[in-house]
Design a protein around this ligand. Structure first.
Ligand SMILES: Nc1nc2c(ncn2[C@@H]2O[C@H](COP(=O)(O)OP(=O)(O)OP(=O)(O)O)[C@@H](O)[C@H]2O)c(=O)[nH]1
Length: 182
């Protein structure tokens, strides 16, 4: 959003960030919902964004195994409401992201573990360092947005279960206006 790393900021509330974003020569309104921290026991996705999200990014910290287990928990389809049955979120693209790669000397989660979890849930996967490389983050969002846009272009009856289901940051408004349902 800012192309620079902001080390400390208040994050005790749910936040919605909006940005004009250019991708493949097209302008779009990106809305990123960042839910505030929740205890491990109550990890779940806030209900409201699920009615409009076009994609999810679930972020864990590679030097904190508990955060990886929380991410694993969140990826369960029932947590996101992305089960095939009765869900407009069925097959929305999901990115699993291992952050803080700059601290990999203290890693508690191997890259292989992250990749395997992503494959199990049919997610995009990437390890990044938000502190060191904003372009990686931008690339990640671009990839997810392309997947979301591609999904929205497909006729409903041709859609296949391609992206698992997951969460933390939500993307909305891909190449268009907010939709009530897909
Ligand atoms: N070294 C390093 N620190 C990071 C990186 N990304 C975030 N941090 C730090 O990790 C801490 C948590 O970052 P947040 O952005 O608040 O992470 P969050 O997942 O939103 O966590 P909550 O605030 O608990 O919701 C902050 O002190 C950040 O400065 C990174 O890539 N490398």
């Amino acid at each position: 959003l800012t192309k620079r790393f902001i080390g400390e900021y208040a994050s005790n509330t749910n936040s919605l960030y909006c940005k004009r974003f250019s991708i493949d020569g097209r302008q779009l309104n990106l809305e990123v919902f960042d839910p505030c921290s929740q205890s491990a026991e109550s990890q779940s996705v806030p209900v409201e964004p699920l009615s409009w999200a076009d994609g999810f990014i679930v972020v864990y910290n590679i030097i904190d195994r508990t955060s990886f287990l929380n991410a694993k928990n969140i990826l369960q389809p029932e947590r996101l409401g992305t089960e095939k049955e009765n869900s407009h979120l069925w097959e929305v693209p999901v990115g699993l992201v291992g952050n803080k790669q700059d601290l990999c000397h203290a890693r508690q989660v191997s890259e292989e573990e992250g990749r395997t979890l992503a494959q199990e849930h049919r997610c995009l996967f990437q390890e990044v360092s938000a502190a060191e490389d904003h372009q990686e983050i931008s690339g990640l969002f671009t990839e997810l947005i392309r997947s979301a846009a591609e999904r929205l272009r497909r006729p409903t009856d041709l859609r296949r279960y391609s992206g698992s289901k997951s969460m933390a940051k939500l993307i909305n408004n891909v190449f268009g206006k907010r939709r009530k349902s897909v």
